[in-house]
Design a protein around this ligand. Structure first.
Ligand SMILES: *[C@@H]1O[C@H](CO)[C@@H](O)[C@H](O)[C@H]1NC(C)=O
Ligand SMILES: *[C@@H]1O[C@H](CO)[C@@H](O)[C@H](O)[C@H]1NC(C)=O
Length: 414
């Protein structure tokens, strides 16, 4: 059978053509990245207007994976801290990607967007900006890097001279996602901050999370679509498989210091699409090898997080117009028997390994022309997973009312 498209082939072609145009009902979205920060002068620590905190200040919460050089890796990493005063500026170091997009916000107000670049200081929060920031309240500043392939390096954060930053307590629970483009939000409107991983984890409103996902990556430890290694190896590393990571760390990416970081209570794995689709450059991974590798991956997760629950998401291949039929159909699930076999080898749910059947959640219209979920598709998948976690583990959603999916409010006035 011919697949209607290949996820990964497209991925590889587009991975490094970073500019994307956001199309909305056939029109180019006007002002797609509102909330840009202003590039300002380089602030010295004795500046009369600003108080500077170095990047290792304990008040700064680093979310997702950051290395010892304060460089962000993987999908949707970020920083978060409380502050007083009316101004926030951040200085980015030389290992910041050119014009990388950040989603940033103040407390629970809407997300803004700012492109930032290397060796520069940006003024984010100002008096009266973003609109609606009330004076004299406990206020939180946070940003997330939107692109799974790019990142920033933090050098310092700055507040008003007489002001201070403070630590925001971590949520007690943590989710870790291990995935590929489907989790990272490849081709999503706002990249990782439109992806399944983000929608799910941020959607809870009360969990810490890391999205260890990279477009084109395989579960099997082999080269796939530009990634030199698979997740079987790479998920235990601080850095991802991007060209910037290879430039920085070569073949020896730093190990993630699991024992000194918050453990994941739930690990969600969605892998296999690239193992199956990589056959055009190298042979596809066989069912038996995939099952064996999946078992190794689950073992390594339990080794790092002995008390975690694991959710194994069934990957899907896509939707196709059946030759003579007047309808679309879902392609057979990828490695279904192998994945079932891996889950069962741990005793399934009673062994802490839960199989999540995705069949029927997405439909033809939820897949975009680039073979990946639309924003709606990502939201559907994330919503079903949220409910699965609530019903299976008794986790509750935090009713914060805060915005999760930025720029998705559409309505009809008919
Ligand atoms: C900002 O980031 C977006 C998303 O990566 C990108 O499409 C856009 O071109 C960037 N803007 C600038 C001015 O570089
Ligand atoms: C701040 O420090 C720099 C040296 O780092 C010095 O040249 C400058 O005069 C100082 N400015 C003030 C206002 O003290």
């Amino acid at each position: 059978m011919r697949w209607p498209f290949s996820f990964a082939a497209i991925t590889f072609v587009c991975a490094f053509l970073s500019t994307a145009t956001i199309i909305e009902n056939g029109q180019v979205r006007l002002n797609p990245y509102p909330g840009q920060a202003t590039k300002i002068y380089s602030i010295k620590s004795n500046d009369s207007a600003w108080r500077t905190y170095q990047r290792n200040a304990p008040e700064i919460g680093y979310k997702g994976r950051w290395c010892a050089n304060y460089i962000s890796w993987w999908a949707a990493p970020g920083i978060k801290f409380g502050y007083t005063g009316d101004n926030i500026a951040v200085t980015f170091g030389k290992d910041t990607s050119h014009n990388v997009l950040l989603a940033w916000r103040v407390s629970g107000l809407p997300w803004n967007f700012a492109n930032v670049t290397a060796d520069a200081t940006y003024h984010f929060v100002k008096p009266g900006f973003p609109a609606g920031v009330a004076a004299g309240q406990t206020t939180i500043f946070e940003f997330r890097v939107s692109n799974w392939n790019l990142g920033v390096q933090i050098n310092a954060v700055h507040v008003d001279r007489g002001a201070a930053i403070s630590k925001v307590a971590d949520f007690p629970r943590k989710i870790e996602m291990i995935g590929d483009s489907l989790t990272a939000g490849y081709t999503g409107t706002y990249e990782s901050t439109s992806g399944t991983g983000w929608n799910l984890c941020e959607g809870f409103g009360n969990v810490e999370f890391s999205i260890i996902a990279y477009t084109g990556i395989c579960l099997t430890d082999k080269a796939c679509w530009g990634s030199p290694r698979g997740q079987l190896y790479q998920w235990m590393r601080t850095s991802d498989t991007s060209p910037r990571a290879i430039q920085k760390y070569g073949q020896t990416p730093p190990a993630w210091p699991f024992s000194s970081r918050q453990a994941a209570d739930i690990v969600i794995i969605n892998l296999g699409t690239n193992d199956a689709s990589s056959r055009t450059t190298t042979p596809a991974v066989s069912d038996a090898d995939f099952q064996a590798n999946y078992i190794k991956l689950i073992k390594s997760v339990f080794e790092k997080y002995p008390n975690t629950k694991i959710i194994v998401v069934q990957p899907w291949m896509g939707y196709y117009r059946a030759g003579s039929g007047n309808t679309y159909r879902q392609s057979p699930n990828t490695y279904k028997a192998a994945i079932r076999g891996a889950v069962n080898s741990f005793g399934g749910a009673s062994g802490g390994v839960h199989y999540f059947d995705t069949s029927g959640i997405l439909q033809h219209s939820d897949i975009n022309p680039k073979g990946h979920p639309t924003d709606v598709g990502h939201i559907k998948l994330a919503s079903h997973l949220m409910q699965f976690i609530k019903l299976t583990f008794g986790w509750n959603f935090q009713n914060t009312g805060q915005e999760v999916q930025s720029h998705t409010m559409y309505w009809n006035n008919a």
